[in-house]
Ligand binder design. Structure first.
Ligand code: HEM
Ligand SMILES: [Cu+2]
Length: 544
């Protein structure tokens, strides 16, 4: 038998063809996923460098390394890079692309060419955004609030166009996932047998399809206001700046779920695999993703409590926002209940799950607090909000990204990484994270505003803690990357299913062959049948 596993008679997808062309023009979802992988990691590093420059500047109350104007551009570039070039595409375009067809027992996504096009549109958007950075950057913050953004002397027009193009890429990927889930499921794979990963990616795709066009068009209009003086939002020409905020947050609040639902997708798989248990309630996890996707569209007003809103409206928006927290809590309780009575393995992905759980719950509860108008008026535009959204977006989405990177590493590359180094880097990431962002809640509550270049000296000690934490976090991430890169070359061979998971992507060899499965699978069970013996499960999920 091939060491890659059962039935691996064909060469794996990485060696099936060779040469640069065979990669750049590939229609294989697995290769496209790897190209996205390279790209999003590059942008994570770029965004990380911007972040370290920002934090280093804030080490002292006055000038440390850069001037105020550069500081403004730096936080804008950091936000734009992290949100649109890393967080939004990361889990769906890399892991979704790679494992979703495998989980469905399909040969590829429904539209392989659109998948490849989506990658190039993403690259084009990155090039436009990078060009804008070189042409003077932007100093508006990632939210591009008008009227400042329509008058700023920086390259706002280019940024707007770049983000518009980026949205096109994400819509193409989302469409592909939705159609694939509907049409390419293996024989026997009913909706209630889908891995929970698929449900959450499906929910994410639905949000992308409804929300992203609104953002794309709003930023295109900002670009037009800035470049052509169109006057949709610019009050000088009769435009309405508050309208911009409505449109921006109509996308950008759901966008936070575009960033976090894929994390839920990963976490659900990790929890079941490493406790060798079915989810405590499959339906609760599956349907709450759809609930979040739906309710997420009615909460955007919580970003505008201080933009002129009646107390009645603020109450309604606050209440609806808290509704989302109920769905998230359902998930959290279900994951924790899944652990009960399981045989738990504290491997690297499982450790990331624990960090995820702590940071997400903490960040989510501060969300409930800021959704209360009376509290938000005090915290708005301060470091409390910065801490809140980093707890969720970095603490939630980045930890899940790292969990996924370790969890599917053997499937993607056929190798095992060093577990001890994995655990160590994971601990460094967590401690670095807590030191970076916990002090920011205190800073915000004490009155330090966000986006400020200098601050009163008595805020310094908290800023020093935060900056030190950021360096440690950066070091942890680099070490995690090195560990995985080393494993690519020197790691031990992984069999088809090193974690003993029952999910369908582990049925095929590691790494999979070009067409995923050598025999078209028939699925006669659920992906969490831990009560079956491994042979039994295998027999119920393979064609003969
Ligand atoms: C699901 C994960 C979540 C993510 C990724 C997230 C992300 C964010 C981001 C990025 C911001 C800052 C936007 C800016 O730059 O101005 C923010 C602000 C806010 N979030 Fe969340 N959030 C999440 C969950 C929640 C929940 C569950 C609630 C309410 C129950 C909530 C309530 C708020 C409020 C009220 C603000 C505005 C605060 C202000 O600007 O004063 N968030 N969030
Ligand atoms: Cu929001």
């Amino acid at each position: 038998m091939d060491p890659r596993g059962v039935g691996a008679t064909h060469p794996d997808y990485m060696r099936a063809e060779s040469g640069v062309r065979s990669w750049l023009l590939t229609k294989d979802h697995k290769r496209i996923a790897l190209m996205f992988y390279g790209a999003v990691i590059t942008f994570l590093m770029l965004g990380g460098i911007f972040a370290l420059i920002l934090r280093t500047e804030l080490l002292t109350p006055e000038t440390t390394i850069i001037d105020p104007m550069t500081y403004n551009q730096m936080f804008t570039l950091h936000g734009v890079t992290m949100v649109w070039l890393f967080l939004i595409p990361s889990i769906p375009a890399v892991f979704g692309n790679f494992v979703l067809p495998l989980m469905l027992g399909a040969k590829d996504l429904a539209f392989p060419r659109i998948n490849l096009a989506s990658f190039y549109v993403y690259v084009a958007s990155a090039i436009i955004i990078l060009t804008a950075m070189v042409l003077g950057g932007a100093d508006t913050g990632w939210t591009f609030y008008v009227p400042y953004s329509s008058t700023s002397p920086t390259a706002v027009t280019w940024m707007g166009i770049g983000i518009f193009v980026n949205g096109v890429s994400s819509i193409m990927t989302a469409l592909n996932f939705v159609v694939t889930t509907h049409t390419l499921r293996a024989q026997g794979l009913r909706w209630h047998r889908l891995p929970l990963f698929v449900w959450a990616i499906y929910g994410t795709s639905i949000i992308i399809l409804f929300a992203t066009p609104v953002l794309g068009l709003s930023l295109l209009l900002v670009a037009a206001d800035h470049g052509l003086g169109l006057g949709i939002f610019d009050p000088r020409y009769g435009g309405d700046p508050v309208l911009f905020q409505h449109l921006f947050w109509f996308y950008s609040h759901p966008a936070v779920y575009i960033m976090i639902l894929p994390s839920f997708a990963v976490i659900s798989e990790v929890v079941c695999t490493f406790s060798q248990r079915p989810p405590a309630s499959y339906r609760a996890i599956a349907y709450s993703s759809l609930g979040i996707a739906f309710i997420g569209f009615f909460t955007w007003g919580h970003h505008m409590f201080v933009a002129g809103m009646s107390e009645w409206d603020a109450g309604v928006f606050g209440g609806l926002s808290m509704f989302v927290a109920i769905f998230s809590a359902i998930k959290v309780f279900t994951w924790v209940a899944t652990l009960r009575g399981g045989s738990i393995a504290f491997s690297t992905p499982m450790l990331y799950f624990l960090w995820f759980l702590f940071l997400f719950v903490f960040g989510g509860m501060t969300g409930v607090a800021v959704a209360t108008q009376s509290l938000d008026v005090h915290w708005h535009d301060g470091y409390f909000v910065v801490a809140h959204f980093h707890f969720i977006m970095v603490g939630g989405a980045l930890t899940a990204f790292l969990a996924a990177a370790h969890y599917w590493f053997p499937k993607m590359f056929g190798k095992l990484y060093d577990e001890r180094v994995g655990l160590l880097t994971s601990v460094a990431v967590f401690i670095g994270f807590v030191f970076t962002f916990l002090p920011q809640f205190l800073l915000g509550n004490a009155g330090m505003p966000r986006r400020y270049y200098s601050y009163p000296p008595h805020f310094q000690w908290l800023n020093v803690l935060s900056t030190g934490g950021a360096w440690l976090l950066g070091a942890g991430l680099i070490l995690a990357l090195i560990n995985l890169v080393v494993a690519l070359k020197w790691g031990r061979r992984a069999g088809p299913n090193p974690w003993g998971s029952r999910s369908f992507e582990w049925i095929t060899s590691s790494p999979p062959s070009k067409h995923n499965f050598d025999v078209t699978p028939i699925i006669e069970r659920t992906p969490y049948d831990y009560h079956l013996s491994e042979e039994d499960a295998r027999a119920r999920s393979r064609a003969s």
